[in-house]
Write a protein that binds this ligand. Structure first.
Ligand SMILES: *Cc1c(COP(=O)(O)O)cnc(C)c1O
Length: 388
């Protein structure tokens, strides 16, 4: 089985083990696996035969042939993660105005966000390559996840955070797991620019979602969702958009599942941004002419990003899946969060953008009451419980 990296713009191929985030042409990089035909259907839910019991319980590594087949069991840094629940609550379906609503709670991952799904793969790749320092810029959850996986791997971690803009519990996690903090005067986008620079200069291994191995892990959110629905895909998948790593991962997962015959149709994707951090929405409205970075300002700190690094991947996904991008106000996010919290499920503010966006899209008749919808709740309520 052959795996390699490839530029999404010019198709330049790179070795799987090259450390590269941008092609020479400045295009983004993705990982590809040429799957053996015999693996196509039945093995999608199999475990790695050689994995230890801890790892084989992972909702990511059970799909190892389509995630990082080259990883040997002893190289895998798995918490384990994944296997998150899928909820249905009549009260939320009624509030949003659809008949069939599912909420997949990625806040049930080990450090409380979906970032763990990508982090297990990025840190495993770093471990395979013998990397000595791992780094990320973060609005909070990536740093918590990196710090935990780095601690498990015994590899040093550095986290670049926008000073005063990270929810206290996320900051507390990064400190407790033992990351070295670099607090940046400025916003997330400034921290992202600095960590990119530092990774080049100091040889830090970068694990933001620009790292294509993160995307490979996050694909499993879709596969697990489809499996929970007996491989009947919902009409819509709705996700909050920040750096647009999940959007990119979901599109890739849907494409690969369709090609492999795991699913017979493809869902549409709706990406929801906060009004105060809406560069993807603005670009979508203008037919994706270009990306104009914004000065981000939303209370939903996990999506407080003005210049999403995965823009070009996400744009392709929205086009390919006939998707939509919508924006919601912080007041609408707060209202939706209260609904999710009061249903007994709970989530952090950014995650609630999905329900707020759904309600708006139903009112706009973009989504019909009879269509089935899956919301991806990206983070745990404990991350940022009270939205003021
Ligand atoms: C990281 C994060 C997001 C944004 O996801 P992207 O893949 O960067 O678009 C949304 N919600 C939560 C809780 C997050 O941690």
């Amino acid at each position: 089985m052959l795996s390699y990296q490839i530029c999404i713009e010019c198709n330049q191929r790179y070795d799987l083990d090259d450390i590269i985030y941008y092609c020479g042409c400045s295009g983004l990089i993705e990982v590809k696996h040429e799957l053996d035909a015999s693996l196509r259907w039945h093995d999608k839910v199999s475990c790695h035969p050689g994995l230890d019991p801890g790892s084989s319980k992972s909702g990511v590594w059970r799909f190892h042939q389509a995630v990082l087949p080259i990883a040997k069991p002893e190289q895998i840094i798995s918490h384990p993660e994944g296997h998150t629940r899928l909820y249905q609550r009549d009260i939320l379906s009624k509030w949003a105005g659809v008949n069939e609503l599912y909420l997949k709670h990625e806040g049930e991952n080990p450090t409380g966000s979906f970032k763990d799904r990508g982090m297990t793969v990025a840190v495993t790749q770093a471990n395979r390559l013998g990397q000595k320092s791992l780094a990320c810029a973060s609005t909070g959850n990536t740093s918590a996840s990196l710090a935990a996986y780095g601690a498990q791997a015994g590899i040093k971690t550095l986290v670049f955070l926008p000073k005063g803009k990270v929810a206290p519990s996320k900051l507390g996690q990064a400190i407790a797991y033992g990351a070295e903090l670099k607090e940046i005067e400025g916003d997330f986008d400034a921290a992202m620019a600095q960590v990119l620079e530092a990774s080049k200069e100091q040889g830090l291994y970068l694990v933001n979602s620009i790292n294509p191995f993160r995307i490979e892990g996050q694909k499993t959110i879709m596969w697990e969702l489809f499996e929970q629905l007996d491989w009947q895909v919902p009409d819509w998948v709705i996700v909050p958009g920040g750096n647009l790593g999940n959007t990119s991962a979901f599109g890739k997962a849907i494409g690969e599942a369709f090609e492999a015959g795991w699913i017979k149709s493809k869902p549409r994707i709706a990406v929801i941004q906060a009004e105060g951090a809406n560069p993807f929405y603005q670009s979508f409205k203008q037919g994706f002419k270009d990306l104009k970075p914004v000065k981000a300002n939303t209370r939903a700190t996990a999506i407080n990003i003005g210049q999403p690094v995965n823009y070009s991947k996400a744009k392709r996904i929205i086009k390919a899946l006939n998707g939509l991008v919508e924006e919601v106000s912080d007041a609408q996010i707060k209202e939706a969060k209260a609904q999710i919290d009061q249903s007994g499920i709970g989530c952090e503010p950014a995650s609630a953008a999905t329900l707020a966006g759904l309600k708006k899209l139903v009112l706009a008749k973009e989504i019909k009451a009879k269509e089935s919808v899956a919301l991806i709740l990206t983070g745990n309520i404990l991350k940022d419980p009270v939205m003021d």
